[in-house]
Design a protein around this ligand. Structure first.
Ligand code: SF4
Ligand code: FES
Length: 312
């Protein structure tokens, strides 16, 4: 919770209000009928990739402390300044992955980004003019006072917020991450194992056991921390919606089960990603590694799974 204090921060929020989807309405479809569950259906229709609507940049200056998170600030804005501002979050502490956005152009989570780490002095942030063109501020601008109005002694700086790149925006800071979830879903992201039947001392069926040594667990444990936030996909220059490349997150999920000694479908899983839009599409840019909030070295894991698929 942001408390009253002398310091302020300015958030420049890239906002978006979609135009009503006439074609869908004409067919009698409901905008609420879309499947957004990771286990539901859903389709990648091209119209959703090119959303039409009103876009603008809105600036909010609010009291904030350096240790506050960007999510704290957005909640303050939502509760006290502008209830129309839309963003998504759930756990508030880096566990659910629902609040990935671009902060100062870098994909990351709202709830783990502090003002101290992300606020920049005006001029270092691109300004967007009325026609939508971005301008990087200069020292000259600062001299003439053309920078953001928040440039006073108490200002902690400016933070630019935009929806997660690589995905269609739905509203304000909310992006449609269904393309990523659909790609993950296609690769059967669940254990397919033959359990060992365990019995009680009396010889009755007790339970199926899925035994594993610590060394076997270590091979995929880090990968199982993926929260499907989409930060790696938003950083990947090849992903861009999942048409040409199924994306690093889907490959991480596939690799997690390929490396699980209990899973019996490793060969089928490798066949499924040995495609033109699978491992072959990865260009080893490694931008995906830079900001994974769960500490996964995504680029290195990509390299490992590509090598494993080629060697099989
Ligand atoms: S690998 Fe990391 S950045 Fe990518 S979706 Fe999983 S948690 Fe997010
Ligand atoms: S709100 Fe759950 S990860 Fe940020």
């Amino acid at each position: 919770m942001v408390e009253a204090n002398n310091t302020t921060v300015t958030l420049q929020v890239h906002r978006f209000t979609p135009r009503p989807e006439r074609a869908e309405r004409a067919r009698g479809g409901s905008p609420f009928a879309r499947k957004s569950s990771p286990f539901g259906g859903g389709s990648d229709n091209a119209a959703r990739r090119r959303p039409r609507g009103k876009q603008w940049v809105q600036e909010y200056t609010i009291p904030a402390r350096p240790e506050d998170t960007v999510l704290d600030c957005l909640l303050t804005i939502k509760r006290t300044v502008d209830p129309t501002l839309a963003f998504r979050y759930s756990c508030g502490h880096g566990m659910c992955g629902s609040d990935a956005v671009a902060i100062n152009g870098t994909p990351t989570l709202l709830c783990t980004a502090s003002i101290r780490d992300w606020a920049k002095q005006p001029g270092a942030i691109a300004q967007v003019d009325d026609e939508g063109f971005r301008h990087i501020g200069t020292d000259e601008d600062a001299d003439t006072g053309e920078e953001a109005s928040s440039a006073d002694a108490n200002s902690l700086g400016v933070i630019e917020l935009a929806p997660l790149p690589g995905f269609p925006p739905q509203r304000d800071l909310i992006a449609d991450i269904d393309p990523m979830l659909n790609q993950i879903r296609k690769l059967t992201p669940y254990l397919q194992a033959d359990g060992v039947l365990a019995t009680t001392a009396e010889g009755k069926v007790n339970a199926f056991e899925y035994l594993q040594h610590p060394e076997q667990l270590a091979k995929y444990e880090t990968l199982s921390n993926c929260i499907a936030c989409g930060v790696c996909e938003g950083s990947c220059p090849v992903f861009a919606g999942g048409d040409a490349f199924i994306g690093p997150a889907a490959l991480i999920w596939s690799s997690r089960f390929i490396n699980d000694s209990r899973d019996t479908k490793a060969m089928e899983r490798m066949d499924a990603i040995d495609t033109a839009d699978g491992v072959a599409a990865c260009q080893s840019v490694r931008a995906c590694s830079r900001h994974c909030p769960r500490g996964i070295d995504v680029g290195e894991e990509m390299w490992q799974i590509v090598a494993k698929v080629r060697e099989r």
